[in-house]
Design a protein around this ligand. Sequence first.
Ligand code: BG6
Length: 487
Amino acid sequence: MTNSVFPENFLWGGAIAANQVEGGWNLDGKGLSVADIATFKPNVDVKNFAAHMDVSVAAVQEAIADETDTIYPKRRGIDFYHRYKEDLALFAEMGFKVLRLSIAWTRLFPTGEESEPNEAGVAFYRDVFKEMKRLGIQPIVTLSHYEMPLALSLKHNGWVDRSVIDDFVRFATICFEEYKEYVTYWLTFNEIDSIHRHPFTTAGIIPEQSASGEAEQDIYQALHHQFVASALVTKAAHEINPDNQVGCMMTKLMTYPLTCDPLDVELTLKKNLENDFYADVQVKGAYPRLIERDLEKRGIHIEMANEDRAILKKHTVDFLSFSYYMSMAESGDPNAERTPGNTVLGVKNPNLPSTEWGWQIDPKGLKISLIELYDRYQVPLMIVENGMGAVDVLENGHIHDPYRMDYFKAHFQQMQEAIDEGVDLIGYTSWAPIDLVSAGTSQVSKRYGFIYVDADDEGNGTYDRIKKDSFEWYKEVIATNGASLAE
Ligand code: BG6
């Protein structure tokens, strides 16, 4: 390991998302979002992420009719809506320089189509940002993190309809204007590539609302609308405040060839090129030729307005952010053993251990990702999600979580090495600094935090916050700017 430490002013912190922490799903004028209909499914294998994220029009209608939060954990979150001061104080105690959080679109625009925002929603985030400012924590705000208005999903099949671009730009513009004094770091779409893995969560698409045989076509059309919206929002951000820094956000899905059989290498290359496609559009400003050719061969035609290509080219992002949890392998052998990762099913890599959810732990893959991404895009990088979901046991009021510290330490050391080799990494926010509701399985018992929340998957518990052993450990890492990692 190298002795180099992180750059001065490195942005250490944590990341959360509104729909996974806030609760208060029906308070102060908030509308329903796609997250509010996600159910906790106690009897479904947690490794089967697809079954957990399944959706139908009937399920949506059932959820709308249900005014309780009993089977809908994201309606409860961890009650950040009422406890944010306590949580922010704990983050400040850990020394956070930044907190990545999202703004729930439906608190400001309950159906997404109102012309004026809901004042109570605007006020809530203003209060949160004010408190952060008082504590010296800078916000990194995601504008869309799996929480689009449900009304847009039912009316337009989500982002499939071009009119949603205007709705989103209106929402984002209000955010830039209202929070100008507090926020300069913005991310447009969380894991924009995930639209293929869970089109409803990411883009409000309910597959049965697509015409027969058009589901794939609709996903690409919706994705294109998100690309254009991301560019237009980047433009607005820069116009409203020249200090604004806008980033795109991708799921970094590092894939290795299972063997050096050239077929494995070729299949792996394709996977990695596909994973880079989204950042290619948002950082370089154009669809890659290889992707366009692939779409052509698959008979997918993206409807574009005349000005779209120019918009994408002109309003590229200032930095690239990404999540990194795991890696996987690829193989030409159809019988190769597979294991789940972050809403993906990959070939199992015999060299890596896995979490209890089957995600393969690979710190070296983070370094490789950093080098590959920096070399490809040549813009500052931010890791805005990284962490491990685990079962924590509360023993006499304490949580001993050496596995979590081991996970983070190994990843931080690889970040140090990448920085030492010249990568411009400007920040790191762990997922998540506090236990919250899982995006994939709606569990609270899949715990990520340095702070334990006394709540179970059914919503029982005091919701008290308890510091885990890793709390002090991360605090020390931040206080020493990574020097403590060498101990
Ligand atoms: C990322 C998402 O993909 O993974 C987060 O942006 C999510 O919202 C995180 O929580 C971890 O996934 P999960 O399913 O364990 O919550």
